[in-house]
Design a protein around this ligand. Structure first.
Ligand SMILES: NC(=O)c1ccc[n+]([C@@H]2O[C@H](COP(=O)([O-])OP(=O)(O)OC[C@H]3O[C@@H](n4cnc5c(N)ncnc54)[C@H](O)[C@@H]3O)[C@@H](O)[C@H]2O)c1
Length: 266
């Protein structure tokens, strides 16, 4: 018996990275999956999801466009009979130092990462309310909790998602709808590949600096983030709402300055 037998999970960003790993995990745990994405999934990746969940459906949708979200949500409800879980994983990187960030770039990053979450929640909630419950898991980032250089638009979008998650919890938990978010550290996905797969030069150095910041000494995998998302979406997390679960290999816990080695005479 799977944790999500008979449940329908909508996963945005399901064509790639964390969203694809999350959709696959839901399928393997008995869920019916509706994937939303602006790009088509890799055929092999979607085939694995369909093998685990034959009723899986894929919907081409730009999460930052209300008419598209409304249409895709109605299609998914029609096909699967309702929504039990919504995972907002669609996202884009971008921004740069604020004084050279174009208005269009700010709007693009906030449009997908924040407005996309707003729109998907807005159009999933009426069905959850009518059916008496559900769970929402938003994919924020530790960059919404601590600032890293050159990521103002991205960090602002993710900080806002953390707060939006709390607002959702306050507004809807009493109607049986829990809302939480995960805050991943660096995860090896197509979004970060330019850094995580760099073999030399400044990008490889940047990757090493990130790795050094993670106490576990490596980037995370999409499957490790999916595991945390499924925990929050499951009944195992029945007393958790409005929370932000840090899944960052120890990045935000602190850092090693070499004091231990010094005291040990190293
Ligand atoms: N990879 C990391 O290090 C990391 C760390 C923290 C948080 N995150 C967050 O995790 C989430 C997933 O990222 P990922 O690393 O798997 O990246 P990814 O690029 O592999 O996947 C993101 C997916 O979102 C989709 N998407 C982008 N814009 C969209 C739109 N307008 N409408 C619908 N779909 C759209 C993309 O097509 C893609 O399939 C994002 O919200 C990201 O910000 C990633």
């Amino acid at each position: 018996m799977g944790r999500f037998d008979g449940k329908t999970a909508i996963v945005t960003g399901a064509a790639s990275g964390i969203g694809a790993a999350t959709a696959l995990r839901f399928a393997r745990e008995g869920g019916r999956v509706a994937g939303f994405d602006i790009q088509l999934p890799q055929p092999e990746s979607w085939k694995s999801i369909e093998e685990a969940a034959p009723a899986a459906s894929f919907h081409s949708v730009d999460v930052s466009a209300e008419d598209e979200v409304k249409r895709a949500m109605a299609e998914a409800i029609d096909q699967h009979g309702g929504i039990d879980v919504l995972v907002n994983a669609a996202g884009v990187a971008g921004g740069g130092p604020l004084h050279i960030t174009e208005e269009a770039e700010w709007d693009r990053v906030l449009g997908v990462n924040l407005k996309g979450v707003f729109l998907c929640c807005k159009h999933a909630l009426p069905d959850m309310i009518a059916r008496g419950g559900g769970t929402i898991v938003n994919v924020a980032s530790i960059e919404g909790m601590i600032a890293t250089d050159g990521t103002a638009a991205y960090g602002a979008s993710k900080g806002a998602v953390i707060q939006l998650t709390r607002n959702l919890a306050v507004d809807y938990t009493h109607q049986g709808i829990r809302s939480n978010c995960v805050c991943p550290g660096l995860v090896d996905t197509p979004m970060t590949a330019v850094v995580t797969r760099a073999q030399e030069g400044p990008l490889q150095k940047l990757h090493q600096a990130f790795i050094n910041s993670h106490l576990v000494g490596r980037a995370g995998t999409p499957e490790e983030i999916a595991a945390a998302i499924l925990f929050l979406a499951s009944d195992d997390a029945s007393f958790i709402t409005g929370s932000s679960l840090v899944v960052d290999g120890g990045w935000t816990a602190g850092r090693r300055e070499g004091i231990e080695d010094l005291l040990a005479g190293g």
